[in-house]
Design a binder for this molecule. Structure first.
Ligand code: ZN
Length: 246
């Protein structure tokens, strides 16, 4: 499977950037994970809007769902232009019923996921872990039967991440703060570089991708900090970054 980073900013998009959005592909199936601000514009660099097979949402903070509305408009417009009539499933949890209801529109349909149950979408099997965040949010362990990717979505540190991420090929962590800001990160419901790296090391994952990046400091410092705690490969999320095992 192939993961492309579409947007990696935390909170709001930097100039010409986008917030959380990832494109996960296997064979001819394309799953979009989170749909942050400016994500739709960036996403079209990699895929036509009508070629998206499914979307899954970790939680309903704006930096993860801002572009759901415009994605719905895009599907509507393309339906008129191309006669494309597929209904796009958008998976979300229902712990915020009002937000969940907004996933349904003329050509999109909100589909509930039950966090305690395994979910199958196309070639992917997904397990969930409730994160430590200010609103209900779910991290995901996604496998295609060959490789496994774990995505923390937005979360403060919690020890359960270690078992949840055990032996994954790639761990994508919320890295919204620098190592010396652990208290601030915890209060904000996010993690530091060092915390993400600690999970990666304890869970014996193969590679770590630092994402949901802060709007301050030098991001290279996040990598340097993470490398002190995780002995294998550390990647810094950037737009268009592709992870694929060959
Ligand atoms: Zn959030």
């Amino acid at each position: 499977m192939k993961l492309t980073v579409v947007g990696h900013w935390g909170g709001y998009p930097a100039v010409n950037g986008a917030t959380s959005c990832y494109l996960l592909q296997k064979d001819n199936f394309s799953l979009v994970i989170d749909m942050g601000s400016s994500a739709l514009s960036k996403l079209q660099t990699y895929i036509h809007v009508t070629a998206i097979d499914a979307v899954i949402i970790s939680h309903y903070h704006t930096d993860h769902v801002a572009d759901i509305g415009v994605l719905q408009h895009a599907r509507l417009v393309q339906t008129y232009l191309q006669g494309h009539s597929g209904i796009l499933p958008i998976y979300g949890h229902a712990e915020d019923q009002q937000a969940f209801n907004k996933l349904s529109h003329d050509y999109t349909s909100g589909v509930l996921y039950h966090p305690k149950r395994q979910l199958n979408i196309g070639p992917f099997t997904i397990k969930f872990l409730r994160t430590k965040h200010s609103v209900p949010c779910y991290g995901m362990r996604i496998t295609d039967g060959e490789q496994t990717i774990v995505y923390t979505a937005d979360s403060a540190f919690k020890e359960e991440w270690v078992s949840f991420a055990m032996d994954a090929d790639l761990l994508v962590t919320d890295c919204n703060f620098y190592e010396d800001q652990a208290k601030m990160a915890d209060d904000a419901g996010h993690m530091t570089s060092a915390q993400g790296a600690y999970i990666a090391q304890q869970a014996n994952v193969k590679e770590l991708l630092l994402s949901h990046l802060p709007h301050f400091g030098k991001h290279e410092q996040l990598v340097a900090e993470a490398k002190q705690y995780f002995s294998k490969t550390v990647h810094l999320a950037e737009e268009g970054f592709v992870w694929q095992v060959r």
